[in-house]
Every structure is written in C-alpha cells, then in structure tokens.
Design a protein around this ligand. Sequence first.
Ligand SMILES: O=P(O)(O)OC[C@H]1O[C@](O)(COP(=O)(O)O)[C@@H](O)[C@@H]1O
Ligand SMILES: [Mg+2]
Ligand SMILES: [Mg+2]
Length: 339
Amino acid sequence: MSDQVTLTQFIIEQQRGLPDASGTFTLLLNNIVTACKQISNRVNRGALIGVLGSAGTENVQGEVQKKLDIITHDIMVRALNWSGQVGGMASEETDDPIKVPTQYPKGKYLVLFDPLDGSSNIDINLTVGTIFSILRCREGMDPETEDFLRKGNEQVCAGFVLYGPSTMLVITTGKGVNGFTLDQDVGEFILTHRNMRIPEETDEFAINMSNQRFWEPPVQQYIDECVTGVDGVRSKNFNMRWVASLVADVYRILTRGGIFLYPADLRDPSKPGKLRLMYEANPMAFIIEQAGGVCTTGREAILDIKPQTIHQRVPLILGSKTEVERITDYYSQYDQANT
Ligand SMILES: O=P(O)(O)OC[C@H]1O[C@](O)(COP(=O)(O)O)[C@@H](O)[C@@H]1O
Ligand SMILES: [Mg+2]
Ligand SMILES: [Mg+2]
C-alpha cells in the first residue's frame, strides 16, 4: 500500500535535520537488518535445511551451542564486516571482541549482539530472536576490549528482531520505540507499531519460578504478594507468563505491560543473575526506558552500570513503571534494614 513506511524510509526521516547525519548509520542498520532477514529465513526453514539441534560445542559461558547459535553468529559477523561501518563487534558466541578483517574499511560504530536469543526454544518451535546494541567509536580505530566496556546510556541505537508468528523488528535510537513487521512478500520491514508505550500499571509477572529458593527476600516478598492475589496486600489477582526467550517476554511487556524478573541468584556469587549486561540487558533497558518503562538490577539502573567484562551477567528487572518501582522499594527497605 502506498502509505506504508519502510524501515529505511523511517530511519532516513529520523536522521533528516541532524547536523552530523552522513547516511553511515542507515547503511549500518540496513546491513544488520539484511542479516536478520537471512536469519529469519533459516529459522523458518528449520528442520527442512537441517539447522536444528545441538552443535556439540560450548561458548565462553559454558553453554552448549545450538547449530543455529553458530549459523546466526556467522551471518551477523559477515554482514557487519561488509557494511564497512563498524570498528569492531562483540558476540555472545565468542570469548573476545571480533576484529574487522583488513580487507574491509573500518567505520565509526561498535556493535554488540546476541545472535540467537532464547536458543533453548529453537528445537520446540517457539519464538527466538536477535538482540543488538550500537555504540560509537573513533573512526578507523582497531578497538580493544576496554573500548567496548561502556555504560548502556552511551548506546546510540538498540533493537531486537523476533522470529515468531511474524518476524518483527523493535528499535530505538533514543527517540521513542517503533515496531516493524517483515512483509515476506516484498522483503521489507514495514512500520506497524509506531511509538510503543508500556502501560504503567500491570497485573502480569514473568519469572522462572523453579529458581524460587535462590531468590533474595525482596523478590520473595514481591512474588509472594502477587501469587496471594486478592487475598493479600495487593488486593488483586496476577497472571504469570514465562516464555524463556527474553525477546518474546520483552515484546509482550512492550505490548500489554508486565514485569520481567531474572533476579540475582544466591546459588553462585560469580553469577549475579543469568542474563548478560552488554548484549541482553543494555539494549533491552534502552528500549524499555524509551517506551516509558523502568529497567534495574533492583538496586541500580541497568543503563548506569560501568561494565567490567564483555560477558558480565546482571540481575535484570524490567517493565511497567509502578511495579518495577515497587520492587526497588522492597530492595532499598531490605538493604536499609540489613546494614
Ligand atoms: O531457561 P531459563 O533459566 O528460564 O532462562 C531463560 C532466559 O535465558 C535466555 O534464553 C538466554 O539467552 P540465550 O538463549 O541467548 O543464551 C533468555 O532469552 C531467557 O530470558
Ligand atoms: Mg540471549
Ligand atoms: Mg543467544
């Protein structure tokens, strides 16, 4: 239809009027998006092309890699090299940042990504996704690990693509959050969800209840009050959802509100939470906050954390403002009573 807005048109429109806009960001984004269309195709064809199942290898965090973890990583790296717009990249699937080979020009962006989020769901045909975070760097530089370790509030863009019933892209450049649906017939992402806003109130929570015995008291209290429903202090019933794909849980919250918790886990002090700061929590925090929600560890805003390592894990609590603020109150009351 003639009034449809494609992703490229939308980004050009957003950049128009910016004094230092040179078109390089649009080029970078086009390459990321092309990679995600290729990933969408592989995920969609699944068993037909033999890409399901385990690769029999482990990544830096000791997690068993799926074949598609590796395939999607390779697709992203190739597209980013070809874009000529990146100085370097970092992926969930490699220990160290990835350098741009000498035959490609080096650009002024760093891209960090989780090429396949929710990969434990791939073999059971549930929604998975790709998450990316974009930072600026000095043009032409060969970045070291230290150059990537920047706070989330320095991101210039964050997004994720959902491979679900529809393939969708959700993106922010710091001017709100917009959602695009892939029109498979024409191969373009079309703007379908303009200016997404998270409802401030909610009665839906998302948490992996099997970890309950390892939670700290503020989380125990919060979830206990939700589960007690009308019979407890909340005086209302709550619903629960847990897809176990961050992309799908965050998309639901962007659409109808809710709170997501993967809190600090007392099991192993070296793993404060499960999710990774730089390519899961930071991009989601940028998106959630741009949509009017809140994103925290319970004690600190995610976007204010100075990263120590590329694969650092963080506790992650995000979603509808009033609920996230309620749980951060529980944390501060608990910490005050225990210091
Ligand atoms: O299996 P659990 O413990 O419920 O964890 C689910 C979480 O782990 C993740 O799958 C981790 O992502 P990866 O698949 O990229 O490792 C998140 O998407 C999800 O929120
Ligand atoms: Mg992930
Ligand atoms: Mg992953």
